[in-house]
Design a protein. Structure first.
Length: 184
C-alpha cells in the first residue's frame, strides 16, 4: 500500500490582478501607517504593526476570499477568510527573514510591485530529513530543501501559515518591492 500523506499545498495564481486592480491595490499603501517590522533587515516599511487592515471591505478582499474558499475546498478545510492584512515595502539590499505565521491556518501574498531584481519568495521544506537525503531528482515526496516563487506583479500565493518562508537571507536588488500580505 502506498499513501500520499503530509502534503503541503501552495497555490500560485499568476495574473490574479489586472493592471487596473494593481493600481487600486497600490493606492491602499497611501492609506496605511508604515513602521518597521522585525522580520526585515535593511531599509523597509510595513503596515503590519499598525493593525490597519487595508483590504477590509474592498472588492479586492472579496476577490481574494473567493480564491481562499477554493483553496480550502481543495485542502478539505473548513472555510476561511481574511482576518488581517498589511503592506510591506522593501528597498534595495533589504532581507525578509525566514519566518512563519503560526498559528494562522492560511497566509497569502500578492506582489504589487516587483521586477527581475526582486528577491524570490522562498518556502522551506518542513521535512527535516530532506537535508540529509540524496536525491537523483525531486518529486512531491523528496522535494529539495527550498521551493522558490518568482515575484511577478499581480501574482497571488496562498500557503499554510505554519510554513517557513522569506527570502532565504538573499538581499533584494530591486529599488522597491511591494507586497500585500494577509492571514486568514
Amino acid at each position: 500500500m502506498n499513501l500520499n500523506i503530509f502534503c503541503t499545498k501552495i497555490k500560485i495564481v499568476n495574473d490574479f490582478l489586472s493592471e487596473e486592480e494593481l493600481k487600486q491595490a497600490l493606492s491602499l499603501l497611501s492609506k496605511t501607517k508604515q513602521t518597521s517590522h522585525g522580520e526585515f533587515v535593511g531599509e523597509h516599511s510595513s503596515s503590519h504593526l499598525s493593525y490597519d487592515n487595508p483590504l477590509e471591505n474592498t472588492d479586492l478582499e472579496k476577490k481574494i476570499n473567493n480564491e481562499i474558499l477554493k483553496y480550502c475546498a481543495d485542502c478539505l478545510m473548513e472555510s476561511q477568510k481574511i482576518t488581517s492584512s498589511w503592506i510591506n515595502v522593501q528597498k534595495k539590499d533589504s532581507i525578509l527573514k525566514m519566518h512563519n505565521h503560526h498559528p494562522v491556518q492560511i497566509s497569502g501574498a500578492i506582489w504589487l510591485k516587483s521586477d527581475e531584481h526582486s528577491t524570490d519568495l522562498v518556502f522551506e521544506n518542513p521535512n527535516p530529513f530532506v537535508r540529509n537525503t540524496f536525491k537523483a531528482q525531486s518529486n512531491e515526496w523528496s522535494y529539495s530543501q527550498y521551493f522558490t516563487v518568482k515575484p511577478l506583479p499581480g501574482t497571488l500565493v496562498l500557503f499554510p501559515g505554519w510554513l517557513m518562508h522569506g527570502s532565504n537571507y538573499e538581499k533584494n536588488k530591486s529599488e522597491e518591492r511591494i507586497v500585500l500580505s494577509f492571514n486568514c
